[in-house]
Design a protein around this ligand. Sequence first.
Ligand code: NAX
Length: 331
Amino acid sequence: MMFIMNEPITVSVTGAAGQIGYALLFRIASGAMFGTDQPVNLRLIEIEPGMKALAGVVMELDDCAFPCLNEVVATSDLAEGFKGANWALLVGSVPRGPGMERNDLLGINGKIFTGQGQAIAANAASDVRTLVVGNPCNTNCLIAMNAAKGVPNNQFFAMTRLDENRAKSQLAKKAGVHQNDVTNLCIWGNHSATQYPDYTNAKIKGAPVTDAISDAEWLQGEFIKNVQQRGAAIIQARGTSSAASAANGVVDTVRSLTTPTPEGDWTSVAVCSTGEYGIEAGLIASMPIRTDGKTWEVVEGVEVDVFSRAKIDASVAELQGEKEAVADLLV
Ligand code: NAX
């Protein structure tokens, strides 16, 4: 009997020896991202100081003997790391240190994402799709996209799926339903404390959220704040930032972009605006999107009421400010 295997998908991951990397690589290699019948190559990228730890992670990947893991490369060389990549998951970035201003952080990371964008354009497969996780992820994505000359803008994404999952879970708990019952949840804007988890269009068991949760004060106040501040709450409790749930957000994002969106629903990811919903064209902003598993589109006709408009505008204004702060990197 002839056994035909799919061609392997090549996934490059930066920051591979970090916390999120440690939670993410094993899920990709186990088939959670592309299915258990799809072989994957992993190309793992770290900076020099991370290479020793990365060697240990590679040993553990070996020790799992994953049936669908085809090849693992560990490198600090960007050309080698992005060679033939179908997916580039940009997780690594420099964390904000004591006394560091947000603009300092934007500048430091900006240079990293310029180099990575250029290396993606020069070395990755022509269909490469890039998902930026490393913060500030929207603006890092903007920088990488601008640097990756020749790679279409619609192949760049920044992650807000963790925020969507957090919001769904909060609503489900409040309404006393399962999280599967919550649909049409859009995160708008920046992956930051200004993001807007839009409960006005979300549904619980197919009906408006307000049918199940009548506490408008909670929806407009605590709910939004809980989602916006969830990352900080995890750091407070765990002593370190969210990793497993962030890795899960990456798996969910890629799966949602590679499998058809359920009828009538949408998912959240930050993409390059072409002016949808009054969001300045060229910004990487989170919006509701749908896909047939191959091409994606922003869902049109989602109602934006006065409350939502103000929240979206505030987050978009923050993105505009970030863009101005890195203007010299966007040539
Ligand atoms: P860690 O500090 O544990 O790991 C980061 C890793 O990246 C380190 O191993 C470091 O050596 C490596 N690195 C740094 N610069 C690099 C470069 N130029 N090339 C390759 N590797 C490089 O952080 P971790 O907890 O894994 O978080 C990674 C990033 O995800 C952070 O920027 C974090 O803020 C961001 N997050 C984004 C989220 C999102 O929803 N978009 C949520 C979770 C997370 O906070």
